[in-house]
Write a protein of this length. Structure first.
Length: 220
């Protein structure tokens, strides 16, 4: 007896057809990843975040070779006139984030901290979307960029798993995108939070896969 697959059940390969897929590189910026960046100054080790550098560069190369779109999300938060951060945001930061966004500026426009880290850099054909909140859709043009390019599936890389990655994955699910989060191409500064976020994502908001699984699909 054979059981037919339900028409709504998509395999990973069916989801990540390159012409309808975008690789979303989330916030891989110096302030989060580099020694001397804002996260480092606040006492949170960026070592695990820097440790996925080579996997992100490979994922970007795979996407380019396969013909998928690449979208770099970047944060701009702190400004001299504080035009982007609300009292609610700053209150939460003051309670829990060890000086971030208060004594320690984060991703100031035009600063070294806001630049992308290492070799993870956009090409001229890649899309760059600037955001001022954890989620990539909130107050940005990400939605129109994706719809204009016929994108149905988002493959996620970058940082931080339990903050901006998870926030953007949830928003994308609510906008009816297929989500694939690459377990070894996202990272958090606390392993237990990283793993819990992936469990929650895989349960409710997208599929968690590995770079090797994607490689086998996108490489001839």
């Amino acid at each position: 007896m054979t059981t037919e697959r339900h028409p709504d059940a998509m395999t990973l390969a069916e989801k990540v057809v390159p012409q309808h897929t975008a690789l979303i590189v989330v916030d891989y910026q110096n302030d989060f990843v580099a020694e001397g960046g804002a996260l480092d100054k606040s006492g949170k080790s960026p070592q695990a975040l820097a440790g996925i550098h080579d996997n992100i560069t490979e994922a970007v190369d795979l996407a380019r070779q396969a013909g998928a779109r690449i979208v770099f999300l970047r944060c701009e938060y702190s400004t001299p006139d504080n035009r982007f951060l609300s009292r609610v945001f700053l209150d939460q930061a003051r309670r829990r984030l060890n000086g971030l966004y208060h004594e320690i500026p984060v991703c100031e426009p035009g600063s070294w901290g806001a630049e992308f880290y290492g070799d993870v850099q956009p090409d001229d054909d890649d899309l760059v979307v600037t955001k001022h909140r954890f989620g990539g859709f909130d107050g940005t043009d990400l939605e129109i960029v994706l719809r204009s390019n016929g994108i149905e599936t988002l493959v996620f890389a970058g940082v931080v798993t339990h903050v901006c990655v998870e926030s953007t994955v949830r928003e994308a699910f609510f906008h009816d995108y297929f989500n694939v989060v690459l377990r070894d191409v996202v990272a958090g500064y606390r392993e237990e939070w990283h793993n819990h976020a992936l469990d929650v994502i895989d349960w409710g908001f997208g599929e968690v896969a590995t770079l090797d699984e994607l490689r086998k699909i996108w490489q001839p």
